[in-house]
Every structure is written in C-alpha cells, then in structure tokens.
Design a protein around this ligand. Structure first.
Ligand SMILES: [Fe+2]
Length: 211
C-alpha cells in the first residue's frame, strides 16, 4: 500500500573515529600487569574484567590524556550539536573492559550520567555491541506483548520490529549514546576484546543550574 512514515523521536547512537595508537599496548604493560585482580566476572558478566571502573583513567594516566581530550570534544559535539543542549560536559569516570572468548556483558545502562560511550581498542571481525530498542517493551507497566517476528525481514526494509540494533565495531571506533540506553553483548568471539568506557555529566542543568 502506498504510504508515508514520520519517524518520531529517533534514538541517536553516534560513531566518531578517535586516535588509539598505543593505547592497547599501554593497557597491557602498565595497567593489566599492575592490577592482577580486576573487578567483575559475575553471573551475568562472564569472563569480563573491569580495570579502574570506579575512577577516571584520563586523570590517573597522563599518557591517556590526549585520548580523553578527543573523547570529551566528541561528546560535547553530540550533546550540544546533535542533542541541542546548552551545557558542556565533563567526564566523570572512564575505565577499561577486557573480555575473553565466550564472555559477555548483560544488557545494562549507566546511572548518574547523561551521556556514555565506548572506544574500541582490540577488535576483530566478530566484535559487536547491541542496543535494546527502548520503545519495544516496558518492564514496569502491564501491557499486552505481541512479539513481532524478529527473524522475518520487513518487506519495506523497516526495522521498527527489531528488539536489538547490533553494530560491528573496529579499533578506533568511539560509540556515544544517551546513558539510559541499554546495551551489552553476548558470546564474545574476539580474543581479549578490549574497550574503554566512559560517562559524562553536564556542568549546567536545564539551561540554568550550575552543578
Ligand atoms: Fe556499559
């Protein structure tokens, strides 16, 4: 049938390229070796190890500062030029994640931040990240759930029925999204999949309040 669609309230996930030369080597030689008992590897996050996930590695290590500056610039662009906020942002924490074969990270979102993201440092052709469609299901209200067919391609090429959006990522990709968006990955096939994640907070709220 002939029709038109107005795509209301789309969800942006932004990809920018950043310089990551030497960062994976720095992690292996300076961080992993000196912190042999990282956090994590829980029931839902298997074979996954976080390093400095209660800190900001851009403040801890001068060597990482140029990468932190580049990420902050990209996040301010997303926040101000794409999402239309007045305030600039500050990075509140940044940490490394290393995941072994068959590992994964259950769907989750980040609290106490407005924008979050991940830079990929060690990837291969199998490295991916998934985002849960925030419109598709509510955990907290009663509703009739009639799951659309996830396996059938839509004849018009639409993807409104998709529960997840999956992106393949490569070294140097920096994915930036609003912190409430749930994300994760399963059944990792990349040996020592390495990434650096970060959260940001605004310096002013609602175009008014300094915080
Ligand atoms: Fe995350």
């Amino acid at each position: 049938m002939e029709h038109q669609i107005c795509n209301l309230y789309c969800q942006p996930v932004t990809l920018v390229r950043v310089g990551v030369d030497g960062v994976a080597d720095f992690f292996d030689s300076e961080i992993k070796k000196k912190q042999p008992q990282p956090l994590s590897n829980t029931e839902t996050n298997t074979n996954l190890y976080n390093y400095h996930n209660d800190s900001n590695v851009f403040e801890l290590y001068d060597e990482l500062k140029p990468l932190g500056d580049e990420i902050l610039k990209a996040c301010n662009f997303v926040y101000q030029e794409i999402l239309n906020h007045d305030s600039d942002l500050r990075i509140t924490n940044a940490w490394f994640n290393e995941c072994g074969i068959n590992g994964g990270q259950a769907l989750h979102n980040h609290v106490n931040s407005v924008l979050s993201g991940t830079v990929y440092l060690r990837t291969d052709e199998n490295t991916q990240i998934e985002f849960l469609n925030r419109h598709i299901v509510s955990d907290v209200t009663n509703q009739i759930i009639d799951e659309p067919n996830q396996l059938k391609e839509n004849s018009y090429g639409y993807y409104y029925h998709k529960k997840y959006a999956t992106f393949s990522v490569r070294e140097g990709d920096c994915m930036i999204w609003e912190s409430y968006l749930r994300h994760g990955y399963t059944n990792n096939k990349t040996p020592n999949r390495l990434s650096l994640s970060f959260n940001l907070f605004p310096n002013n709220l609602n175009c008014l309040y300094k915080i």
